[in-house]
Design a protein around this ligand. Structure first.
Ligand SMILES: Nc1ncnc2c1ncn2[C@@H]1O[C@H](COP(=O)(O)OP(=O)(O)OP(=O)(O)O)[C@@H](O)[C@H]1O
Ligand SMILES: [Mg+2]
Length: 479
C-alpha cells in the first residue's frame, strides 16, 4: 500500500486531505509542524509528502530542501494558498514534484498524489540505466553529461515546463522524448511542433486549432497540438523563433491553463506538459527584446543544457561503438569494430553538427565497409575533407611548433594521418565520386609544405615557389 504524509498546521485541511486519501486506499500519516514531519521521515517514512508552504515553526519553504536531501526518493507535493504562486514555482526548482492550489484541491489532489506515488514504486528503475547510459537510448559517460543526467532526473519526476538548450544535433529531441517516456505522463501522447518550420500565420492555428470558417481556408474544424497532446507532453521546438504575438498568446494559455480554438467559443483545458527547445542564446534574445522575459521564466523552470560534442569528447568513443552497432543492425550487417586510425580521426574532430553528424558519418561507413571492420577508406570523403580543413586551420593559427599536437586541438602533428586517410580514400573509393578537385590537391599540398616548414610561412612559400602574399591569399581561401 502507498503512504502519504500530510504536513499542514491547519487541522481542517489535514482532516479533509487525510480522509480523502484514506478513502482512495492510501495509508495516511499526519504532521502539523515541520519538526513532526522530520520525525516521521527519520523513522523511515517511505511515500508521498504533501507539504503546506506556510508552517508555524519551520516554513515549508525551508523544510523542502531538508526533505529533498534527507529522503530524495519521497516526492513532495506543495500545498499553496492565495498569492504564493511565485513561491510555488521556486519550490519546483528546488525539487518539489508538483504543487496544488488549495482552491482546486478537491479535483486535483487524488490524481496528483497517484502520479507522485507511481514514481516511488514502479518507476524506481528509471534512474540510472547502466554505466554508459543516462536513460535507455541516451549514450553518455562524460562528466558533462552526468551533470545533464542529474537535471534530467529532477525534471522527470515533475510536471513543470522544461527548456532544453544546445546546438543543433546535440540530442535535444532525444532528451525531450526521454523525459516524456520516463515521466508520469508516459501513457499520454508526445506531440512535437517545430516553431521555425511553420509560418507565423499558420502557427497559431497549428497550436490551438481552429473552427470551421475561422479564417479563409479553414474548411473544417481542426484540433491543435495543445489538444492533441492532452494528458501528455507538448514539445515546442525552436521556441526562440516564435513571433512576439504568438509568444503573448502562449503566455496567456500557460497562465490560465486554458485556451480556445481560433474562431471558437468552447474553452478547452491546456493539460499538457511543455518541453521547449532552442539552439539560441535565449537570455540574449530576452535582453534584445525579441523574447518575452515573462514567457522565458515560465518555460525555463527547469533548464537542461546539452553541451556540444566537442565539449564532451569523452563520449565520442562510446557513441562511435553505439552508432556502429545501431547502423549495422539496421543494415543487417555484422560490424566487429573500427580500425584505430579511423577511430583516432573521429575522436579528434570537432563535429560542428554534433552527435547527428557523427551518427551520419558512421551510418555511411557501415554501408560502405566491405568487411567486418570499418576503416578510414569507408568514412565519407566530405568528412575527411572537413577533418583536413580543420587541421589546416589549426596550422594557420601560427602556434609555436613545440605546442603543435600536444594540446586539445591537434595541430600539424596529426596532419600526415589525415593526408594518408584522404589518399587511402581516394585510392580505394574509385575514380568517379572521390576524385579530388584541383583546389583540394592544392590545399593538401600547401598543408604539407606548411608542415615541413614547421608553420613558417615564408619558408613554405619559398618551397611552393610562390610569394608570401599569394600564400596568405590562398590560406584565406580567396585565391
Ligand atoms: N547521447 C546520445 N546517445 C545516442 N544517440 C544520440 C545522443 N544524442 C543524440 N543522439 C542522436 O543524434 C541525432 C540527433 O539528435 P536530436 O534530433 O535529438 O538533436 P537536436 O538537438 O534536436 O537537433 P536539432 O537542433 O537539429 O533539432 C538523433 O538521431 C539522436 O537519436
Ligand atoms: Mg531537434
Amino acid at each position: 500500500m502507498s503512504s502519504v504524509l500530510v504536513v499542514d498546521d491547519d487541522a481542517t485541511t489535514r482532516l479533509l486531505v487525510g480522509r480523502r486519501l484514506e478513502a482512495a486506499g492510501f495509508e495516511v500519516a499526519l504532521a502539523s509542524t515541520g519538526a513532526q514531519a522530520l520525525e516521521v521521515v527519520r523513522e523511515g517514512f517511505n511515500g508521498v509528502i504533501v507539504l503546506d508552504l506556510m508552517l508555524p515553526d519551520r516554513d515549508g519553504r525551508q523544510l523542502l530542501p531538508i526533505l529533498r536531501e534527507r529522503c530524495p526518493d519521497n516526492p513532495v507535493i506543495i500545498l499553496t494558498g492565495h498569492g504564493t504562486a511565485d513561491a510555488a514555482l521556486d519550490s519546483l526548482r528546488e525539487g518539489a514534484f508538483d504543487f496544488l492550489d488549495k482552491a482546486t484541491l478537491a479535483e486535483r489532489l487524488l490524481p496528483t498524489v497517484k502520479r507522485a506515488s507511481e514514481t516511488t514504486s514502479g518507476a524506481q528503475g528509471s534512474g540510472e540505466a547502466g554505466p554508459d547510459l543516462i536513460l535507455e537510448g541516451i549514450v553518455a559517460r562524460s562528466p558533462e553529461m552526468r551533470a545533464v543526467s542529474r537535471s534530467l532526473q529532477n525534471a522527470l519526476n515533475s510536471r513543470v515546463p522544461v527548456m532544453i538548450r544546445g546546438e543543433s544535433g546535440t540530442g535535444k529531441e532525444l532528451i525531450a522524448k526521454a523525459i516524456h517516456d520516463h515521466g508520469p505522463r508516459r501513457d499520454g501522447p508526445f506531440v512535437a511542433i517545430n516553431c521555425a518550420a511553420i509560418p507565423e500565420s499558420l502557427l497559431e492555428a497549428e497550436l490551438f486549432g481552429h473552427e470551421r470558417g475561422a479564417f479563409t481556408g479553414a474548411v473544417g474544424r481542426k484540433r491543435g497540438r495543445f489538444e492533441l497532446a492532452r494528458g501528455g507532453t507538448l514539445m515546442l521546438d525552436e521556441i526562440g523563433e516564435m513571433e512576439p504575438r504568438i509568444q503573448a498568446k502562449l503566455l496567456r494559455v500557460l497562465q490560465n491553463g486554458e485556451f480556445q480554438r481560433l474562431g471558437g467559443t468552447e474553452t478547452l483545458i491546456a493539460d499538457v506538459r511543455i518541453i521547449s527547445a532552442t539552439h539560441r542564446d535565449l537570455e540574449a534574445e530576452v535582453e534584445a527584446g525579441r523574447f518575452r522575459e515573462d514567457l522565458y521564466y515560465r518555460m525555463a523552470v527547469f533548464s537542461i543544457h546539452l553541451p556540444a560534442l566537442r565539449e564532451r569528447t569523452g563520449d565520442i568513443a562510446l557513441l562511435v561503438d553505439h552508432f556502429l552497432q545501431d547502423s549495422a543492425r539496421r543494415e543487417g550487417r555484422v560490424i566487429e569494430g573500427i580500425d584505430p586510425l579511423a577511430r583516432e580521426l573521429l575522436e579528434s574532430y570537432s563535429f560542428p553538427g554534433n552527435v547527428r553528424e557523427l551518427q551520419n558519418v558512421l551510418a555511411y561507413a557501415v554501408v560502405s565497409a566491405r568487411g567486418p571492420t570499418v576503416s578510414v577508406s569507408d568514412l565519407p570523403v566530405a568528412f575527411l575533407r572537413a577533418v583536413t580543413m580543420e587541421r589546416h586551420r589549426a596550422v594557420r593559427v601560427d602556434q609555436p611548433p613545440v605546442e603543435l599536437g600536444t594540446g586539445m586541438a591537434p595541430g600539424a602533428a596529426l596532419a600526415p594521418l589525415v593526408e594518408a586517410a584522404l589518399e587511402v580514400a581516394t585510392e580505394v573509393g574509385g575514380a568517379d565520386e572521390v576524385f579530388p578537385t584541383l583546389a583540394e590537391v592544392e590545399g593538401r599540398h600547401i598543408a604539407q609544405a606548411l608542415e615541413r616548414a614547421e608553420g613558417n610561412k615564408a619558408r613554405a612559400a619559398r618551397m611552393l615557389g610562390i610569394s608570401r602574399a599569394t600564400l596568405y591569399r590562398k590560406l584565406a581561401g580567396d585565391a
